[in-house]
Design a protein around this ligand. Sequence first.
Ligand SMILES: [Zn+2]
Length: 277
Amino acid sequence: MCDVCVMAAVKSKLQANNLSFSGAGNIPKSEILAASLLSAPICTLAQDISFSSIVDLTHTLTPDFPTFYGDPAFTETDDFTFARDNMNGKTVSYYEHVGTHFDAPLHFSPNGQSIDELPLDKLVCPLAVIDVRVQAEHDPDYRILPEDILRYEKMHGLIPERACVSALSGWSRYVYTERFRGEDSYGVHHFPGFHESTARFLISERQVYGIGIDTMSLDYGPTKDFSIHRTWLGSGRYGIESLTNLEHVPPAGATLIGGAPKFQGGTGGPGRVIAVY
Ligand SMILES: [Zn+2]
């Protein structure tokens, strides 16, 4: 969380307790730590954002949206219909990890941040799009390597601080075909994901808090241990899966706006993901 966000969170916490606020210098460290766990209602970014194009990176969520284990994970029931009740209203039910959705650190760590605790300045951030469509077309089990990141940086400059690094494998165009899940006769999936060395590189060598991909998992299809989920989410970072339209975003210079849901204690959830540039 940025200093401004911490200050805002501390201020709102102190005000909620009818205490005075006169700057972070007077605030015990324990208060700052506690407040930093709250989601600040206001967060000031270091740079201005201006844009003329908006791209929807979100699939429409339907009852048929493919899932990792193959079972439907989204249902809807009409509680009110206009014909009968003069209004429309539905009850929907879904697994948190269906459709274009967020993975919070809590998804693969015992006490990581839940989805409602993700700081705003990590959800509105620079977007770097790594194009691995050629590699993925030749190898459905392709894993994005540190070399792919370095090749990107040669062309587009260093991955910016706070960025969400998203892989464009081309898989979103297969979403309602069998190739999206890529399950073979042995029950093994085949679709691209991140390589563990890339996760470690982004954690240790770059200031990156989010990774995204247009397949249904940060881990490649054949994974047995979900090592990317464990490494990346376990480090306190978030992921976004089943993105779409990344090919309509410039590789560098766009801003991601991650409309993550705000369920208390949630491990993730479908949200609206938008890019502006
Ligand atoms: Zn997920």
